[in-house]
Design a protein around this ligand. Structure first.
Ligand SMILES: Nc1ncnc2c1ncn2[C@@H]1O[C@H](COP(=O)(O)OP(=O)(O)OP(=O)(O)O)[C@@H](O)[C@H]1O
Length: 312
């Protein structure tokens, strides 16, 4: 695996608050690297630093082992950016939008025309190329946003939550397109707080929270770290903290918490303790409404690392 971009000890402060803390990681050539973290984790800040949109306090960036300087134009030409907020001209056609963004990267004439056609076809908007953007659905705008970021054929495509607020069909289309870009040799840095997307497209994952990297690896590696545990969630009619605290006395129970009449229990998988957990709750006259048991997934990985769920 060859390193395309290396980030070393990156730090960023906003109004005395450290939002990126000593972040170090590498992006390998031709991989989809997902930056996964809850809202406010520091994903956009990190990405905005990489694209040159934000300054940083300290740290170093290397592209193909070459140290990047502030406003490095050579590097900027080799990356593509799909921002979280749509960056489109609503009154202009899809084609004019993509042409405008691709021309910023120095494409001209026939090459520019061909790349625009290819990008629009790639995101499934070839037949709507002449339509004005304001007539597009949210999902179509998101797809166009991607076409604008990748038409010039960047080595590294940086995408900041590109599927926020869109319908499942457009999401599927986008995720499939991203995998195809990777298969064609593009490297993708993808931020999201949707673990389902990470499950679907990531080659590697970095879990980030409060500006810090908590874990990294393939989804299989991350899940293996918590494979011996499972999460039992019990919906009750009226939760009682005292009963939940008592669950700690049962063999295998590692964590128990109560929130909105839902008891969440992290327990060892190889200890058969469900009947005793239920028995304990019943002994406090707690009525059970529903039980679900989940083996390791990225949500449980996150829960294990932070004690919170990604959706909190
Ligand atoms: N311009 C700014 N001024 C002050 N604080 C900021 C600024 N931009 C971001 N922050 C703060 O930095 C922290 C990280 O924000 P960031 O947008 O990077 O998180 P994120 O992981 O991308 O989340 P989201 O998905 O909500 O964008 C948050 O606490 C946020 O409030």
């Amino acid at each position: 695996m060859k390193t395309l971009l290396e980030v070393k000890e990156l730090n960023k402060t906003f109004e005395c608050k450290k939002v990126v803390k000593n972040l170090s990681f590498s992006i390998y050539e031709k991989e989809i690297l997902c930056l996964l973290g809850p809202n406010g984790a520091g994903k956009s800040t990190t990405i905005n630093i990489l694209t040159g949109a934000l300054s940083y306090d300290s740290g170093q960036l290397f592209f193909h082992q070459r140290k990047l300087q502030a406003n490095d134009r050579g590097f900027k030409r080799k990356i593509g950016v799909v921002p979280q907020d749509l960056a489109l001209y609503e009154e202009l056609s899809a084609e004019v939008n993509v042409t405008f963004f691709a021309s910023l990267y120095g494409l001209k004439g026939e090459e520019l025309k061909n790349k625009v056609t290819e990008a629009l076809a790639f995101v499934g908007l070839g037949d709507r190329r002449k339509s004005v953007v304001k007539t597009f659905s949210g999902g179509m705008k998101r797809r166009l946003n991607i076409a604008c970021g990748m038409a010039h054929g960047p080595e590294l495509l940086i995408m900041d939550e590109p599927t926020v607020g869109i319908d499942p069909q457009s999401r599927l289309h986008i995720l499939t397109a991203i995998r195809r870009l990777r298969d064609q040799g593009m490297t993708i840095l993808y931020t999201t707080h949707y673990m389902e997307e990470v499950e679907e497209i990531s080659d590697r994952i970095i879990i980030i929270d409060q500006g810090e990297i908590l874990a990294s690896g393939s989804k299989e590696e991350l899940k293996a770290a918590v494979a011996n545990e499972q999460l039992i969630e019990i919906e009750v009619s009226e939760g009682k903290l005292i009963a939940v605290d008592q669950l700690y006395s049962l063999e295998g129970v590692k964590e128990a918490s109560l929130s909105d009449n839902k008891v969440s229990i992290k327990t060892l998988k190889n200890i058969d303790n469900l009947d005793r957990i239920i028995g304990k709750l019943l002994s406090f006259s707690i009525k059970i409404k529903n039980i679900s048991i989940e083996s390791a997934n990225l949500e449980t990985v996150f829960l294990q690392l932070t004690g919170r769920t990604l959706r909190d």
